[in-house]
Design a protein around this ligand. Sequence first.
Ligand code: SF4
Length: 413
Amino acid sequence: MDIFEKLETLANSAKYDASCASSGSERKSPFGSAHISGICHSWSGDGRCVSLLKILLTNHCEYDCAYCINRKSNDIKRAIFTDDEIARLTVEFYKRNYIEGLFLSSAVIKNPDFTMELMIKAVRKLRLEYHFGGYVHFKIIPGSDSRLVNEAMRLADRISVNIELPDHKSLEKLCPEKDKYSILKPMKYASDKILENKKNRREKFAPAGQSTQLIVGADDNTDSKILNLADHLYRNMFLKRVYYSGFVRVNEDSRLPMVKEPPLLREHRLYQADWLLRFYQFKVDEIIGADSNLDLRFDPKTAWALKNLDRFPVELNKADYETLLRVPGIGLVSAKKIIKARRFSNLRFEDLKTLGISAKKAVYFLTLNGKYYGLKTENKDKIENLLLEYKQDGLFDDKTAEKTYLSANTGNL
Ligand code: SF4
């Protein structure tokens, strides 16, 4: 099989991994740069990031995960790259301006350690022989030895270990060869190493941190379970990002749910909720509905506000920053602008647009100089209906709504 046929096969096998956003690294060299401004992103037709050369080392797999196209029991075309092929492809694509870096993952050939050795060999060659200083995202294989995780972290800008399924029960059912321990051990090792490195300011280990991916809809786990896990990973393992990937049924398997379409709206709401946890000081319990899932009709902040109408309206000219952030239609940027602008004069209804506030959404939750422009809050059903009529894509303000929707689908909020 020639290198281009391998490329077609192994890029195709890698396309279901959503966690390939590149950012946060400052690695620089005369040949290639991983600095944030040196990395650009683009998105494929299905909304996934394609700015990196995203490939598997191999799609030969010893494991048989129910949802995976590369599983052992599937009769598909198999291939494996040599270390030199990976290094050459990356460098040639980089020189032609096709890509800004490499996203290297792999199926499990022989065992996790053997696979990691081959991946490390390829990236080491890329770095040391081809002197490539661009961005490298290295996917750690669950169950691999800490020594190999350490070596991968020396070479890569970002590492990730895919959790895929949020609990032991689902792993046992859908990925019998993996377990919670084999996934969390390398994650914990990486988070300790990143923390230690930050404190000592010595060697750079995965300067862009670590991320993970969770599949949404392959099992019956609720949004509450998924978001609580993400929250734990942000707080205790300092993950940079958790990616949510709507389940795509690529295999006939009685263990899998019958779904015609991937649950993209649920995936989108999870990304929005993830933002609320990381940047808006929301707690998981506040945004989860009675059935332990997010309300798909509204973005999670609007859903929370509708459940808490007794806390509204708030006066735009007096509310503190944290309170403003809880108003639907007011985002991080708008809230800062409000605080700054009202130092000079009282804000009026006409100012909302200039401040980037979605008036159609915010109007039910605000007063301006004591005047309320929406419906009386006792008309909850009417407010809900009016908000449902209003495009529900944006979590924040009108300007960023479109961008948010696109990025939410790609994992690059
Ligand atoms: S380990 Fe599981 S998810 Fe990974 S490639 Fe093999 S079958 Fe697919």
